[in-house]
Design a protein around this ligand. Sequence first.
Ligand code: PRP
Ligand code: MN
Ligand code: MG
Length: 191
Amino acid sequence: MKSIHDAVDHKLFSEEDIDEMTTRLGKQLTKDYAGKRVLVVGALKGAIFFMVDLLKKMDLPCDIDFIDVSSYGNGTESSGKITVTHDLEADVTGRDVLIVEDIVDTGLTLKFMKDEMIKRGAKSVKCCVLLNKTARRTTEVEVEYYGTHVGNEFVIGYGMDFAGLYRNLPYVGVIKPQVVEEFSKKHENDN
Ligand code: PRP
Ligand code: MN
Ligand code: MG
């Protein structure tokens, strides 16, 4: 396979679709956070593409920072265990924190980050996510802002990976089953 686009079974959201979503969300956030200096926290690594585009649509004074909490192994299933692998530089005490995520699946990652920000003394904690995959939610967590719902398919692109790859596809697509099968075959003797 030469092109990363060959891993895509079909496109779900085009660059234009994504632009519409970031524009709408950016406008809403600009209204809702008017008069505030927001601390925008991107969840590495998946959120970075969405975070950059969203920030450009937010007409607000913003600080930006990053946190990496990992819950997934190499495959498509969540391990359920969450650890902070790269922490924020910022002190969130008394801050209005907006967590940015590419996707909410089981909800474990987002719930962990929200709880953590509250524990650290944030004044308010909300989130803005591109894709809301409600079908697989196992943890109750409020998703204040989201671009769109997505079904129970494994999506790649625009930050989202399969085994670390395909984040740099400029659109969101569904992965070809063959790509997943080939990966599983190669790694069936791991562990
Ligand atoms: C993915 C995705 C979300 C999280 C959603 O991140 O970017 O952060 O999983 O899953 P959940 O709702 O079931 O917790 P991942 O842990 O794969 O790390 P990455 O962003 O570096 O790809
Ligand atoms: Mn992530
Ligand atoms: Mg991932």
